[in-house]
Design a protein around this ligand. Sequence first.
Ligand code: MG
Ligand code: MG
Length: 263
Amino acid sequence: MSKINYKSVEEIELIRESSLLVSKTLGEIAKVIRPGIKTIELNKLAETYIRDNGGVPAFLNYNGFPYSLCISLNDQVVHGFPGQHELVDGDLVSVDCGVIKNRYYGDSAYTFAIGEVSESVRTLMRVTKECLKLGIEKAVAGMRVGDIGYAVQEHAEKHGFGVVKELVGHGVGTHLHEKPEVPNYGKRGSGVKLEEGMVIAIEPMINAGRAGVKFWNDGWTVSTVDKKPSAHYEHTVAIRKGPADILSTFSYVDEVLQEKINN
Ligand code: MG
Ligand code: MG
């Protein structure tokens, strides 16, 4: 996609529908993710749930990606493969999900703590989630892509964390990855101007240690060079005058996690 596709109100509603199915799928994952579960089981659950709800898993066969979810453990940043690995207490698991429904895509990711994680991992999760929130706050018509990146980078680096530069957020529409690119770093007032009708995925990928990443020879998995953990949260949002319209939601995940705490 070489140019920005601006969306009509009707198209934004279709992207919302797809994004909500992604969000509900992540809520289903939240219900079962625990020590002892194999990540391939999460993948199967997601694929079945998406298809049962009239969608198609967007990542499956995307440029040859062989699964419906990207599941990235601990020092893996993104694009990890689900597999026979059983989750254990203390794991940090990024689950990235995409859906196509009525030709339109939705994209969102959530990082789960399995059982008890260390205090430093808790902080990484909290700060990465805050980075997403701060980035979304800048996603307003008239601002620029660099304002989002600056907000994310400034917050992460203030806490001594590394911002992944090699992978970026993106436009979302009838393609999973459209223009513009939405880096998690940048200069205020720089880059593409945000305008009404743009729909973008904002997705901070924040490392506990150094920013550097390496690309595995499986062609997909990305991990930190220093083997320290990485967190990743993502929302699909529509740009308008005033605060962005957040099309995906963590409310399904939050509800499940809150119930787990209460029980
Ligand atoms: Mg994603
Ligand atoms: Mg994305």
